[in-house]
Design a protein around this ligand. Structure first.
Ligand code: AMP
Ligand code: MG
Length: 438
């Protein structure tokens, strides 16, 4: 098998999985989850025509040739119900959100009026019918579907859920993810510094990539490059919905990951992708028939079965390259979209922006390249500049990156100023400046 194109590999991964089942959560715990049910309005909002302003409710015909004086017949505050009908020559003082009194068809804001006495007001402007009136049901009508399955729960969505009194609702389950690092050279976080060893950063960087999706992964630790030890660790990892293995997927004589997971029943879908950094990326699935029954029931379950025939509820296994940058880039491109689909989110891919590249980029064609860049902005838009050395071992290039600049596989290089696409990474939702110059 040759090197698979990035998009083909992404599709192969996505075709191998389905959404997970659902579970009930309360409103207070729901931020970041994805709705597994439609949500309907439970009343009309507003429940009647209400004023959009502090001012006076009046009959627009009375003020057609303003200025005009009107008699104030009552005060209507938010939460009050009007008690009188507004007749010709009359008005009611009204507050924002208060119901319109019968007879009145418009509101004039207080700034366009002048009080003459305690019960008389001069209206300085004419208004059209419905002026500053929020009609019944402007927000939502009773029974309307206001949020649909697949909606990611943001603070705004929480507000809508509270509006319709949805204290509990169904969301898609989050996958259980295990992370295993492999390599004789690795030094654990709690081990003393040994100059001959390589600190295990991958377990933690991958952990954080999972946490950024709202997933709490389990760190299985470090397996040595020994087939028996590796097998023990991998067996444990296959109990999860998704297993991420870092290192040992290459073709070195001590790269035992692939033969060992195959021995355990994992069916490999691919093990080479035309991507830089990261080409020794392997992907396979332990078929549902080989997943212990207890785990499988749990996977398929849920109060509302999202996928009645969960044909693809096997364990997904990603064999990630050991190089720290490569493993993170492969997680971004292949694992993140997979996990988001499992969690029912239709938005699978990182948001992209168009930028100009600040400098020439030389490059060997044949693989899609993901270059770590920082983004700045001028009056023409974004400018992308590489975050220093792009060696796949230099993790600081990832730590400093706002995004991944994509150089298509067919490209032979980019001149300074060329237009490029950049995927935004975590940490880019905010910026130093307001961006609108005020
Ligand atoms: P491998 O894919 O196992 O051939 O590893 C490729 C490179 O990544 C080697 O230089 C490893 O030392 C390094 N590496 C592998 N696993 C880790 C890890 N968990 N943390 C940091 N570096 C790693
Ligand atoms: Mg290794």
């Amino acid at each position: 098998m040759g090197h698979l194109a990035v998009s083909d590999a992404q599709q192969l991964v996505l075709q191998s999985l389905t959404r997970l089942g659902s579970e009930t959560v309360g409103l207070e715990q729901a931020l970041g989850r994805v709705l597994a049910q439609d949500i309907r309005a439970n009343r009309d909002l507003p429940p009647f025509d209400v004023s959009a302003m502090d001012g006076f409710a009046l009959r627009s015909a009375d003020v057609a040739s303003a200025p005009a004086q009107l008699a104030i017949i009552e005060d209507i505050k938010a939460g009050d119900l009007p008690t009188q009908t507004v007749a010709a020559g009359q008005c009611a003082r009204i507050m924002t959100g208060a119901p319109m009194p019968p007879g009145a068809d418009a509101v004039i804001r207080v700034e366009d009026t002048q009080e003459v006495s305690a019960n008389r007001v001069q209206i300085n402007k004419s208004v059209k019918p419905k002026n500053d009136v929020r009609p019944l049901g402007e927000n939502m009508r009773d029974g309307d579907v206001v949020l649909t399955v697949g909606t990611e729960i943001t603070p705004g969505v929480i507000g809508v859920l509270a509006t319709v009194k949805a204290a509990q609702f169904l969301v898609f389950r989050r996958p259980r993810v295990a992370i295993l690092s492999t390599g004789n050279e690795l030094e654990g976080m709690d081990e003393p510094v040994d100059p001959h060893k390589i600190p295990n950063s991958n377990s933690y960087a991958l952990m954080a990539q999972m946490q950024a999706l709202g997933i709490a992964p389990v760190l299985l630790g470090i397996a040595r490059d020994d087939p028996l030890e590796l097998e023990q660790y991998l067996r444990r990892g296959l109990e999860y919905d998704v297993l991420l293995v870092s290192g040992g997927t290459s073709v070195g004589v001590h790269d035992y990951v692939r033969p060992t997971i195959e021995k355990l029943g994992v069916q490999m879908k691919f093990w080479r992708v035309a991507i830089r950094p990261g080409h020794p990326l392997a992907f396979g699935m332990l078929p549902p028939t080989k997943v212990p029954q207890a785990y499988l029931e749990d996977r398929q379950g849920g109060e509302q079965q999202a996928t009645p025939q969960c044909a693809a509820c096997g364990t997904l296994v990603f064999g990630l390259p050991g190089n720290p940058v490569s493993s993170m880039v492969c997680v971004e491109e292949f694992v993140v979209p997979a996990l988001r689909r499992m969690m029912g989110n239709p938005r699978l891919y990182r948001r992209t922006v168009t930028a100009r590249v600040a400098h020439e980029v030389k490059f060997r064609p044949g693989r899609t390249e993901f270059i770590r860049v920082q983004l700045t902005r001028d009056e023409h838009g974004y400018i992308a500049s590489a975050t220093g050395t792009q060696s796949s071992g230099v993790l600081l290039s990832m730590a400093r990156a706002d995004g991944l600049m994509i150089v298509p596989a067919a490209s032979t290089g980019l001149a300074a100023g060329a237009q490029v696409t950049v995927q935004l990474l975590d940490g880019t939702a905010f910026q130093d400046e307001t961006g609108f110059g005020e």
